[in-house]
Design a protein around this ligand. Sequence first.
Ligand SMILES: [Zn+2]
Length: 455
Amino acid sequence: MNLSIVDALQSIKSTGICLLTGARSSLVYIFAIISVALFFVNITPASLTDYAVLPEAVDSAAKYRGQPTKKTDYSRFHGELQAGDTLDDTLRQAQINAEDRHRIISALDELLDLRALRPRDRFMAVFDHHDTVVEYRYQAGPLDIYRVQRTTDDVFQAEKMNVALERKTKKISAEVESSLFAAFKTHGEKARLVYSFADIFSSRMDFNAEIRAGDRFQLIFEKYYQGGEFVGYGPIIHARYQQARGEVFEAFRFESSGNPAAYFDADGRELAANFLRSPVPMARVTSGFTRGRKHPILNEVRPHLAVDLAAPAGTPIKATADGRIIFREGNGDNGNLVVLEHSDGYFSYYAHLSSFEEGLKVDDRVLQGDIIGFVGSTGLATGPHVCYRIRRHGEYINPMKLSFKPRSVLKGEVLAHFREQVEDTIRLAKNLDRTDRQVMTSRITVTPDYRPTLL
Ligand SMILES: [Zn+2]
């Protein structure tokens, strides 16, 4: 094994140095980044806080008193956690006395990780007309509301509350005119849904480079609301992308027992491949794989048996397949270099890193998509990029031309179960087409035992 590492590192030297080239492609790249950034300016800020306000507490406070009361008998204090605040700080703000603070914290400590509270979480305290606290609620997210109530026996009892949500199942069918972002925006949908959609097909197409006007797409997904306010997206159930040039990709979400949900084509082949298309999905190819090119600085023909991917310094780099770290340190012209060993004789190389992902070391196993380091320009590089190589049985191969192999293929009973679910999804699509705006609404209750997956 050591031999093959040495061999691998030696042969990396003979494949030529790689440089960030092409002012024109950098400009295109910068333009793409700016367009995405502008899109976010419009879209993201609201989504950070777009969960509903804490529900009314007056009724439960009245229950504690065991008698009908007027709302004016109770007063409420509403607040929001600031950076650096503890739970105790929120209770102090509400002017709750030391003894009650201590009892409320003890009660909540059983249910909630008090060290993981996040700024902008909301809280509320309810007081009776003696200014005694009778209830305290802490909202750690749209689906996570905790309640502490003073009982008639004068003890504090904490529970996680059920949350009623409205679920909208929605279908979108559209044609791409400029970008996928623009097409989703027309339908009033947010960036994270676009990313989720693009991610499903990331092994098959690069939505930065390969999208064309006239492409068509379709998806069925869920949206959750609380009291009319948008809480979050549920998973995409079905997605389809039809390129204008004729190729069609289709994906059905499927969860078999014991496995995380994944996307499969209609024949039960997983959409995800054994290798990701790129270790830096948003990056631009600035220098492709070639057995002979004129070197921009040395001015002589040299092979570049790698792909250079330019991205801002510090952009995370992902392991493109499950594997094991066999090299992770500075390596001359390669700068900071990570080498992974995979099954079937494959190795992948990631050069010029600004830094390595902390906590990893040689011999550690990594999964596809795990972050292994960050884009930089260490070693011989004229700008921040990652030089990405794939080697198999001693030979470098073009990472962009890796033949597609599904990560998994459904078989037997699981496949039969999957096919039934595909039929259900097709029926659902037809039913949605019959509705007014391709939306169906239902109600669900989030309980400590059931919560939907949010994107
Ligand atoms: Zn290179």
